[in-house]
Design a protein. Structure first.
Length: 319
């Protein structure tokens, strides 16, 4: 779902173009709407295999003020995984505009209450996919409530908008902690740089503060909501084997085929990671897409028993 979707392997980044991803790799298993047995359950990443790609507001240091931080942190500390998936689903299924979705959420959660002290102009970047546009509009509305004059500016790739953020064409950007950390790490240290992002968000955020500081960028508080790799099974398959976490996969007897992008068998955060971290034995692998419709359909049709999805996929919202 992000501008540059990462299926991350240690020592190198595999950038995969992707549409909206899905689900939740943290917290409780999430059921894709309704009662049909072929709906999807995302299994909890209970041993923290995936890097922490939590949503975080990143601001240009020269505009970083307490009033601005208070407003943006109020959004990110309120936002939950279920909230993010539900807003993504509304954008996908109802085709509602990002600003309308954001307005309803801000009102529902009372996010403008008590905000004040801001002044001047602020430009918020919005990448070219609905999730990021919703986040940008959430930021816009709370910043306006705090007293700022806010413009949302559409942006394209991180290679373009990150320098714009450094140099003042943008002031605030909804970002993804691990992805931005490794983007800056690669920018500074080359493609073979030792990875800095971790599975623990506190450690990733600490690394991002350090490397971001070199570029005049300040990450604020990280949200619990993520947009990262997750793994899903069918509802009836989960019920049959008592699955709620990835650790539970060792209970499965018989066929267990994994579906995912072509690079999954060699990526430490995909097939090898599941095998080494969770002790899972797969009976096969099917090359599909990176958390997209081919993988979701293969799981639902029983062509694979488990597949890589993305934790904020709108398809994972309850109906």
């Amino acid at each position: 779902m992000k501008v540059a979707r990462l299926v991350i392997g240690l020592g190198a980044l595999s950038v995969v173009a992707a549409a909206c991803g899905g689900g939740s790799s943290g917290g409780n298993a999430t059921v894709q709407g309704g009662k049909s047995d072929n709906h999807l359950v995302v299994l909890t990443d209970d041993k923290h295999l995936q890097l922490s790609d939590n949503i975080v507001a990143v601001v240009r240091k020269s505009v970083d003020k307490p009033a601005l931080e208070d407003a943006l942190n109020k959004v990110d500390t309120t936002l939950t995984q279920d909230d993010l998936v539900a807003m993504n689903a509304r954008a996908t299924n109802q085709h509602d505009a990002p600003d309308a979705i954001a307005k309803d959420y801000v009102t529902q959660k009372g996010l403008t209450d008590g905000l004040s002290g801001g002044s001047g102009k602020v430009t918020v970047g919005a990448a070219n996919f609905s999730e990021n546009q919703i986040l940008a509009n959430l930021y816009k509305q709370v910043l306006e409530a705090a007293g700022y004059s806010v413009t949302v500016k559409d942006v394209q790739s991180r290679e373009v908008y990150e320098p714009a953020l450094e140099h003042g064409q943008l002031d605030v950007m909804p970002e993804y902690a691990a992805t931005l950390t490794e983007f800056l790490n690669t920018k500074d240290n080359g493609a073979n740089a030792t990875p800095l992002a971790k599975t623990d968000i506190d450690q990733t955020l600490a690394a991002l503060k350090t490397i971001g500081g070199k570029h005049g960028l300040v990450p604020l508080e990280a949200s619990d909501a993520t947009d990262q790799n997750a793994f899903a099974v069918r509802k009836d398959f989960a019920a049959k084997w008592g699955l709620s976490s990835l650790s539970d996969l060792t209970k499965v007897k018989g066929t267990l085929v994994l579906g995912g992008p072509p690079e999954c068998p060699t990526r430490p955060f995909c097939k090898p990671g599941l095998e080494q971290t969770y002790g899972v034995h797969f009976t096969g692998f099917k090359s599909l897409d990176a958390g997209g419709p081919l993988t979701r359909a293969a799981i639902q049709q029983g062509k694979v028993q488990i597949g890589l999805v993305f934790s904020s996929d709108p398809a994972l919202a309850p109906s």
